[in-house]
Design a protein around this ligand. Structure first.
Ligand code: CU
Length: 282
């Protein structure tokens, strides 16, 4: 039974190692980082277990292939205790690792966690599910879906700024997206940023994200919503914080001086933005 104990000890050591190792690959957003981090941690557990189980199976088949007088297995309490404890350790690890990710506001918690707070500047006459940011410099953008397009309402803009089909947002900034629908079910889905959220009429659902990589990302509707569903696409342009401020200033439909500002430097700004997009590895 020394062998069984050695296997259990090796497994426990491996789990402890997996818990502290972080994946090194570059991630586009904190949401993607969390999801792939959990995926990798669970793989660290699943691969050795698969190898162990398949190894014992193949060994047993080979070793006893010519056994003409098989004997029934006798009770082995140590072995039973060993595999019970090992399984408990594995389940505990999977539970803790999953809870750290699923309980995060970036993955599942922005709407579910915390008290409801009033969010100013939403276009609909309800605000259920819209979660006010805890961070001071967070950017708030309302995402309104309808047959068959997306509208983005930039709530920080000094005046009205609603854009269709292109969502511009800053990199390395906490962004809250308030997703809703004015007709029926749609779903906001940006796979490269690991963002997905159903859009429901009559309520908001809050996506919390922070994107690391500037660039252009594809937005899809991921809920079959009618004949125009396949064309219900959008573009997400992630720019630097300065470019985002410039975008707000130039495009906001404010009462005073708005026309002047957009006349001055819109060509300049779009040139900057596209240069940044071209430079980043999309
Ligand atoms: Cu759709």
């Amino acid at each position: 039974m020394r062998q069984a104990r050695r296997i259990a000890a090796a497994l426990a050591g491996f789990l402890a190692f997996a818990a502290i190792v972080e994946p090194a690959a570059a991630q586009t957003s904190i949401n993607e980082e969390l999801i792939w981090g959990l995926n990798n941690k669970l793989l660290y557990v699943a691969v050795p277990i698969t190898v162990l189980v398949e190894g014992i199976l193949i060994y047993t088949i080979w070793e006893y292939r010519n056994n003409d007088e098989p004997q029934p297995t006798r009770e082995n309490r140590r072995l039973e205790i060993t595999w019970t404890v090992a399984t408990a350790i594995i389940l505990l690890f999977v539970g803790v690792a999953s809870y750290q990710v699923l309980g995060s506001a970036f993955i599942g918690g922005a709407t579910a966690s915390g008290a409801q707070e009033n969010v100013e500047g939403l276009s609909q006459d309800y605000d259920e599910g819209a979660q006010a940011p805890a961070e001071e410099n967070a950017v708030q953008i309302e995402v309104v879906s309808q047959k068959y397009f997306w509208q983005f309402n930039h709530m920080e803009a000094d005046g009205e700024l609603t854009e269709s089909d292109t969502l511009v947002m800053p990199a390395n900034t906490t962004v809250y997206l308030y997703v809703t629908s004015t007709d029926w079910l749609h779903a906001f889905h940006a796979p490269d940023l690991a963002l997905k959220q159903d859009a429901f009429p009559g309520e908001y659902h809050t996506i919390k994200t922070e994107v690391y990589e500037q660039g252009t990302y594809q937005l899809y509707c991921a809920e079959y919503c009618g004949v125009g569903h396949s064309g219900m696409l959008g573009t997400i342009e992630v720019v630097s914080q300065e470019e985002y401020q410039q975008y707000l200033e130039e495009n906001a439909d404010s009462g005073s001086g708005g026309g002047n500002a957009s006349g001055n430097s819109s060509g300049n700004a779009s040139g900057n933005a596209s240069a940044a997009l071209a430079a980043s590895p999309a």
